[in-house]
Design a protein around this ligand. Structure first.
Ligand code: ADP
Ligand code: MG
Length: 392
């Protein structure tokens, strides 16, 4: 793994500066979803139980280096205290004073890091100011690890650094899925466009045994085979790229699975007249909005033949019925196999998580990443600055 965890650190009597993600949704001043705060409990508990003092630092929204009062973390402090069940004190810009007043059982929360322009500039001077508050740096914000910021990158060079429990869990799950997976590995890549997922496809064909391509991006691959996809969403300027990906897959021994049959409609709206046709027979006035039952059967068979599944992107336009059918069915299959221990399943991506929740399958997946951009960059094979910094 190459990075340290809290277990490797001497925490007793030490101040631990923990980078967290508490970028929670707020409506009318009320936090509407505390999931991100709940997920910090293991890290905070473990540090306190080992005799360490916790200082939390985080960003909130996009103040772009300026003080924006509505984006102050002072508004979140009480919710953090309630969820963590510990007293929380707050430090605006005068960190030193707040630190001197901090009680032993108290958690100190620093003001929104992005109020300081040094944060997003990965400024070493700002990182030094932060580092001066503590003995140990702990990064528990995987979702911010794809950014090289003062609190995720520079600071890791200034203090003994380790991963928090959440970061540890996320990195562990992702390494199991793509770095040292049980084979065969199947990947599902769906969603709207090939253009947003070129790096992802390029990396996956080298790493997985079967690549299921679904959603709107499958249309571009069908078009690359000379199939007329009618009015479907299709990036005709990318058919050569799709062919390159297909031949790269071939060379790497990765089998690409495209839908044999598809669900089409003349319009993309609820209750539209939908019909199932062979992928080669899409009517000129219609668009592909979902994979068909044969495609779902082939995807299910690929899941059954695999030990590990990574999934990003829905198989169809899942927001509107009945075009969620293939996504729901494949998600249910993955959930059943995961529950029985036959499959290790890891999924991530904004719409993917929404689709798997809608399908009622998310709870049975082995791991669901809520890290968004950082998850995608990991899947693309990129080095995440926040993770690399923990390794050096
Ligand atoms: P994620 O956020 O999980 O990375 P994407 O944003 O790439 O996923 O893709 C999700 C979007 O893809 C959804 O809005 C969905 O409606 C769209 N989509 C899937 N299949 C099709 C299709 N056949 N035609 C048009 N849009 C599609
Ligand atoms: Mg999306």
């Amino acid at each position: 793994m190459g990075w340290k965890t809290l277990d490797d650190m001497e925490l007793d009597g030490k101040r631990v500066l923990v980078r967290v993600d508490i970028n929670v949704p707020v409506e009318d001043g009320v936090v509407t979803d505390t999931t991100r705060i709940e997920r910090l409990i293991p890290t905070v508990d473990d540090i306190q139980e080992a005799g360490g003092k916790v200082i939390l630092m985080a960003h909130f929204g996009r103040p772009k280096g300026q003080v924006v009062p509505e984006l102050s973390l002072v508004h979140i402090a009480q919710t953090v205290a309630d969820v963590l069940e510990v007293p929380v004190s707050f430090a605006d810009s005068d960190y030193a004073e707040a630190l001197s007043e901090m009680d032993d059982d108290e958690v100190l929360l620093l003001e929104n890091l992005r109020f300081n322009p040094g944060e997003e500039q990965n400024d070493i001077a700002f990182a030094k100011r932060l580092a001066s508050l503590a003995d140990i740096y702990c990064n528990d914000a995987f979702s911010a690890a794809h950014r090289a910021h003062a609190s995720t990158e520079a600071i890791a060079r200034l203090l003994p650094a380790c991963a928090g429990r959440l970061m540890q869990e996320e990195l562990g799950a992702l390494e199991k899925a793509l770095e040292t997976p049980q084979r065969p590995v199947v990947a599902v890549v769906g969603g709207a466009k090939v253009s947003t997922k070129l790096d992802l496809l390029g990396n996956l064909v080298e790493k997985v045994d079967t690549l299921v391509i679904g959603g709107g991006m499958a249309n571009t691959f069908l078009a690359a085979q000379g199939i007329d996809v009618g009015k479907s969403l299709c990036e005709h300027d990318l058919v050569d790229t799709a062919r390159e990906i297909a031949s790269k897959a071939d060379a790497a021994g990765c089998k690409i699975l495209l839908p044999n049959d598809v669900v089409v409609a003349r319009e993309f709206k609820a209750g539209a007249d939908a019909q199932t046709v062979a992928a080669a027979n899409v009517p000129a006035d219609s668009m592909i909005l979902d994979a068909g039952p044969d495609a779902v059967a082939a995807i299910s068979a690929a899941f059954e033949a695999s030990r590990t599944l990574v999934w990003n992107g829905p198989l169809g336009a899942f927001e509107i019925e009945p075009f969620d059918t293939a996504t729901n069915a494949a998600a249910a299959k993955a959930a059943t196999l995961s529950k029985s221990g036959a499959l290790i399943s890891v999924a991530g991506g904004g719409d993917t998580v929404a689709a798997l929740n809608k399908a009622g399958a998310a709870d049975d997946f082995t791991y669901i990443s809520t890290a968004g951009g950082a998850f995608l960059e990991w899947m693309e094979g990129k080095d995440l600055p926040g993770v690399a910094a923990l390794k050096s």
